[in-house]
Design a protein around this ligand. Structure first.
Ligand code: AMP
Length: 355
């Protein structure tokens, strides 16, 4: 649990002069663009020359850069960043580069509930949370000798699906598995993938109402994964496996998508249940989160993962999505985050959305 008291940090802040900061990667162009649209100052934390690409995107470029030798150094400069009234917007790469432990102790007001990390990064805890919310997850196979249908083997801590593999039998599993790494085995769910981007506000009641606050659906995407998504160009998976070519699940990009409208009630019910359970378990998943799901031929959702902050799948929607356009024109997730900070500042409830 984070031992940091956000109110202590905020006492020294000039609330009329807040700066939205994030690490220059992942969804940073969107975060800076959204923050600027809402009138915030912006700061990009970058390592060396990475900042150069922002010259090509003036509307996604932060007002200033804070250059560090290594992302892990951010912790050292927390005092300096506090003087700039910095509020940090974490994204997947931010947490990865900094490391979970340092992220939890980073002495800067951070959007969302940092304690969610403990529930999201441990696969057992994640299952307790999501199944506790009555979501259906892919079956877990504890003993590889029980593999009697296609499974996906995931290495713990592997980023972007690296090294994941499919096995259809115990023998196939034995041939491919790297024994020195810890892994989990899940039923491979056949269906179509939807990565659903929600926004939960504990302080505003102007959307799909929950026991406390309300929920919005901002967008959804499908990840583009190499090589699995294109491997059929070369032949059937079986043919290729025989040649020793195995599909991989490395994320390279994101594709916009909408879901059939009749499934929206289920989409909201899942989001609602996840938030309500999170309020019970650790004080709530605040702000953006994403449920990664497969919809089966029986139109059932199987949720294989949750990401509890802005996901890169929101990047196709800088000027709104087929869902956010029904909330407000030009509403990206980055902009929605900035709006929440603006609203909380006005209502003097920043401590309800920052940790
Ligand atoms: P993850 O790191 O859990 O997000 O998984 C990486 C990728 O593997 C996903 O984006 C999916 O394409 C695929 N995947 C993960 N779990 C499953 C599953 N249980 N069934 C089918 N595909 C899966």
């Amino acid at each position: 649990m984070t031992k940091i008291n956000v109110n202590d940090m905020l006492t020294s802040y000039d609330k009329k002069n807040l700066t939205i900061a994030t690490v220059c990667s992942h969804s940073s162009l969107q975060i800076f663009n959204g923050a600027k649209k809402e009138g915030f100052k912006t700061l990009g934390i970058s390592v060396g020359e990475q900042k150069k690409i922002y010259d090509a995107f003036p509307l996604g470029k932060p007002d200033d850069f804070f250059v560090v030798d290594s992302y892990k150094d951010i912790v050292k400069y927390a005092g300096e960043l506090q003087e700039k009234n910095v509020i940090v917007i974490p994204h997947g790469s931010f947490v990865e580069y900094l490391g979970a432990e340092k992220f939890l102790t980073l002495n800067l007001p951070t959007f969302g509930n940092r304690n969610v990390l403990i529930w999201e990064s441990d696969r057992n805890k994640e299952r307790i949370w999501l199944e506790g919310a009555d979501l259906t997850m892919p079956q877990e196979i504890k003993d590889p000798r029980d593999i009697d249908k296609p499974v996906i083997v995931k290495y713990h801590g592997a980023k972007g699906g690296k090294g994941f593999f499919i096995a259809k039998t115990y023998d196939e599993f034995l041939k491919r598995v790297k024994k020195n790494k810890s892994y989990s085995i899940q039923e491979f769910v056949l269906g179509t993938r939807y990565y659903i981007h929600y926004f939960y506000s504990p302080i505003q009641d102007n959307a799909y109402k929950l026991s406390k606050g309300s929920l919005q659906l901002l967008s959804m995407d499908r990840r583009d994964e190499t090589t699995i998504d294109e491997v059929q160009r070369l032949g059937s998976i079986q043919e290729l496996e025989e040649l020793g070519i195995h599909p991989t699940f490395v994320v390279t990009g994101n594709i916009p998508i909408v879901i059939r409208e009749s499934l929206l009630p289920k989409v909201f019910k899942m989001g609602e249940a996840v938030v309500e359970k999170s309020l019970e378990l650790f004080g709530g998943v605040i702000g953006s989160f994403c449920l990664e799901s497969v919809v089966t031929e029986n139109l059932e959702f199987k949720v294989f993962e949750i990401s509890a902050r802005i996901v890169a799948g929101t990047n196709p929607y800088i000027s709104g999505s087929p869902y956010s356009e029904f909330i407000q024109p030009d509403l990206s997730t980055g902009r929605r985050i900035a709006q929440e900070i603006k609203y909380a500042t006005k209502q003097k409830v920043l401590d309800k959305i920052l940790t």
